[in-house]
Design a protein around this ligand. Structure first.
Ligand code: R5P
Length: 294
């Protein structure tokens, strides 16, 4: 993306220096200021903005930026949002349920996002360009980088099996033999928290005395990883490591995972204490490593 103008949100400051301001009024409304807005007229623009945590507020901030770019007449607008919230609700299971993944993608496209660059997007199940609803997406995978990090730090060069704890993330292990547990979730238990616990996990892998990397697109409550960890422990695996592109790590699940293994990490698509592998190099592959700051 040569010569595009880069707008960096404050929530991307761990990777690039911010040049836009996002604040909040006392009542919670978002205040956005894009000082380089005039330079964006007729130009290609890349916005770097995380959409997690505080996903609703962060999305609103992005809509405000997109609208100001539309108003000024920016040419082609790309959004780099490493983790796409709402991506797990891409299907309607219950009568009247909203497939919010489509809604969010359509809203982004209609607000002026010509392309979204994101990482291991839950509903895509493969790397590369895609279209979802009205939105064009470039889905980048952190799978290879996470495997390399696990091999270097946990397994110290010893061979390891790489297994996903459910079929959805199977594309992450295609080049490692394609082993995945199959997971079935329970039904919703109430209407207050839309959460379905893991009901069943199947997969008959001989892991005895083998090193195993459990790799997933995300660790949210940790229920999926913990279920797979129980299986591997029963199967008497040698050394186990847990990794995911997106580390949401809710409900203190790192502590629960650490009862099975000390090796648990993610990429920095979401900023967290266990983020060990940076998305920065992957972004560089897409020509967005040296932002043009104003
Ligand atoms: C689901 O299909 C994903 O690949 C992850 O396995 C899942 O989102 C992890 O969620 P949790 O950590 O809450 O089990």
């Amino acid at each position: 993306m040569p010569k595009a103008i880069h707008l960096i949100s404050p929530n991307f400051s761990d990777i690039f220096s911010p040049n836009i301001e996002i604040g909040q009024f006392p009542d919670g409304d978002i205040h956005v200021r894009v000082p380089p807005i005039l330079e964006c007229r007729g130009q290609d623009v890349v916005i770097f903005h995380r959409l997690y945590p505080r996903q609703n507020t962060s999305l609103m901030g992005l809509f405000l930026i997109l609208d100001s770019l539309k108003e000024i007449g920016a040419k082609h607008v790309t959004v780099v949002a490493p983790y796409l919230p709402y991506s797990r609700q891409d299907k309607k299971k219950l009568n009247g349920e909203v497939a919010s993944a489509f809604v969010v993608c359509n809203m982004l496209a209609r607000a002026g996002c010509d392309k979204l660059i994101t990482f291991d997007c839950h509903f895509l199940n493969k790397e590369g360009p895609a279209e979802f609803g009205e939105l064009k997406i470039e889905n980048i995978s952190m799978g290879k980088a996470l495997v390399e990090y696990a091999k270097a730090t946990a397994f110290l060069g010893e061979p390891c099996e790489v297994i996903t704890p459910d079929m959805g993330a199977n594309y992450l292990v295609k080049e490692h033999g394609g082993k995945s547990y199959s997971k079935v979730r329970k039904e919703y238990e109430g209407d207050k928290i839309a959460y379905r616990d893991v009901g069943q996990m199947d997969g008959d892998f001989d892991v005895k005395d083998k090193n195993v990397l459990l790799l997933d697109d995300m660790i949210s409550t940790g229920a999926t990883m913990i279920c797979a960890l129980e299986k591997l422990t029963e199967g008497r695996a040698k050394k186990i490591c847990c990794a995911a592109t997106h580390g949401l790590f809710l409900y203190n699940c790192v502590d629960k995972i650490k009862k099975f293994t000390p090796y648990v990490f993610s990429s920095d698509s979401i900023i967290n204490d266990n983020a060990k592998v940076s998305i920065k190099e992957k972004l560089a592959d897409f020509g967005v490593s040296q932002p043009t700051l104003f």
